[in-house]
Design a protein around this ligand. Structure first.
Ligand code: GLU
Length: 510
């Protein structure tokens, strides 16, 4: 079977995890069969909530994630180059002629009618219902029985009007959902005669969505469960047009770990935030693909192609998916370690530049870049987020501020002994910085520790703090090699002076 599916966001907010999960499932489903097509459609007919920046955010997100859609109108004169390459997405605000035509078709068939009710009247009905504690909601079908010819004349004369769907009352609407099974709604409980075409000539979501899914020959609608309540209405419209509805699959919600719908309260939700935090797109996609779907027991890491090969609607879970930030962090770490050092350096470069790491003179640029590429392997093993890099390696670019003397002192030691330890460190530091690799450096310092009868850890600690400014740092020997003998020795000397000064202060010898 040829699958044609779509992601159809409304640009009324930033792209977030839930939306991207819908996009990804559609993408994978289309790619799970030969000839499948994944469509991107911008549902931008709600002009009051439209914001161009959200459109840009959609393209940026697709580009960053590397998700490409498969067809669309020519993509010219646009200020972005999104993942779709030569195709643009379908944009509903550019397709209003279709919706007008199909609204007219329903009017002609007697399945829709003109409504001349003003916003004030509708408001008044609502107020009256409230006052009388009526449980009725929605439109009161006031214009449903106006003579169609008379209504058409009024509309043609320019009187403000909308077009409403005439929901057949006293019947039930049935449809099947892949995950939820057969669903039956009494038509009397469906949103009463919803507007299809607004008075500004723009369609509502319902009309544009159904018309486009039909015109674009969409075979499967995979969308968030919050749209389930609209589906009976859509099925009624398909029937009114005489069209076959697509297959529906409403995806389970994405929850936080407290069982509530995932929201800002739980942490980052917009893809932008994840990008800024230093997540890798591949890690995010891998994790999101598993939100509510199970593939192979015991396998966590999948490429997009592997996911597409395995994806099927049968793999989707009915139960809500729980978003686990810790698990996503784990994925990010895994993907970081799967990258080559060069690739990782490339990925981290924008974060380093943004953090102002390369603020030196032009002549220093090459040296700084060399420092940067050599620093990456030092931090790679423990890295969780790309944006941690600048802070972790800043001491390689700028002399760190030395912490208080206490920070230099190993456990069960004191200031006087620490000064001795650092003195040994000073004598060793050039040899360590010039050692060809960690192995050589380690045997040098070990031999010295044995000779002087001090613990290796005690010898390393003050040296580490002197050179990196902190007790916790990337590996010391690698850092010394990057800084070089002169710079390393200079830092140790400064630290020694600081400790000695402190010691004199304490003993009152000054
Ligand atoms: N425009 C709707 C949204 O913003 C799309 C719903 C659907 O996929 O049918 O999510």
């Amino acid at each position: 079977m040829i699958i044609r599916d779509r992601y159809a966001p409304s640009p009324t907010g930033l792209q977030h995890i839930g939306g991207i999960r819908t996009a990804l499932f559609n993408y994978l489903f289309a790619r799970s069969v030969q000839g499948g097509k994944f469509i991107l459609r911008l549902e931008d007919t709600d002009r009051t909530r439209f914001d161009e920046s959200y459109v840009q955010n959609l393209y940026d997100t697709f580009e960053w994630l590397g998700l490409a859609w498969d067809e669309g109108p020519a993509f010219e004169n646009r200020s972005f180059s999104a993942g779709g390459g030569q195709f643009g997405p379908y944009i509903q605000s550019e397709r209003t002629h279709h919706y007008k035509k199909y609204a007219q078709e329903l009017l002609d068939k007697g399945q829709a009618y003109y409504c001349f009710c003003s916003a004030q009247r509708i408001d008044e009905v609502r107020r009256q219902r409230e006052a009388s504690h009526s449980s009725e909601t929605g439109y009161d079908r006031f214009c449903r029985n106006i003579d169609p010819q008379e209504a058409a004349k009024k509309a043609a004369s320019g009187e403000a009007c909308t077009v409403r769907l005439k929901i057949p009352l006293g019947e039930a609407t049935l449809f099947n959902d892949h995950l939820l099974g057969g669903i039956e709604w009494k038509n009397d409980d469906v949103n009463p005669d919803p507007v299809l075409l607004k008075s500004d000539g723009f369609p509502t979501y319902h009309l544009a969505n159904v018309v486009d899914d039909h015109l674009m020959e969409v075979t499967h609608v995979l969308r968030a469960q919050e749209w389930l309540a609209s589906t009976p209405l859509h099925v009624i419209m398909y029937r009114a047009f005489g069209w076959t509805p697509p297959e529906f699959c409403h995806l389970p919600m994405v929850m936080g770990q407290d069982g509530k719908k995932l929201s800002k309260r739980h942490g980052a939700t917009s893809i932008d935030e994840f990008r800024k935090q230093g997540y890798l797109p591949a890690a995010l996609l891998n994790y999101v693909a598993l939100l509510g779907a199970s593939y192979e027991e015991g396998k966590d890491i999948y490429t997009l192609d592997e996911l597409a090969q395995r994806f099927s609607l049968e793999k989707l879970n009915k139960a809500p998916a729980v978003f686990d930030y810790k698990k996503l962090e784990w994925y990010n770490g895994q993907y970081i370690r799967m990258m080559s050092d060069d690739e990782l350096a490339q990925q981290c470069l924008p974060y380093a530049a943004d953090a102002g790491l390369f603020s030196g003179e032009k002549e220093e640029a090459a040296k700084q870049m060399d420092t940067f590429t050599r620093a990456i392997p030092l931090v790679k093993e423990r890295l969780v987020f790309l944006n941690e890099v600048p802070e972790k390696i800043a001491y390689l670019f700028k002399e760190p501020q030395l912490p208080a003397a206490e920070e230099f002192i190993p456990k069960k030691s004191d200031l006087a002994k620490t000064i001795e330890l650092l003195q040994i460190g000073k004598e060793l530091v050039c040899a360590l910085a010039e050692a060809p690799d960690d192995g050589h450096a380690e045997s040098l310092i070990k031999a010295e520790a044995e000779k002087r009868d001090v613990k290796l850890g005690d010898l390393m600690m003050p040296l580490r703090v002197a050179v990196t400014g902190s007790r916790v740092s990337p590996p010391l020997f690698g850092s010394l090699r990057i800084l070089g003998a002169d710079c390393s020795a200079e830092r140790v000397q400064k630290a020694l002076e600081k400790l000695k000064l402190q010691s004199e202060d304490k003993t009152g010898c000054k």
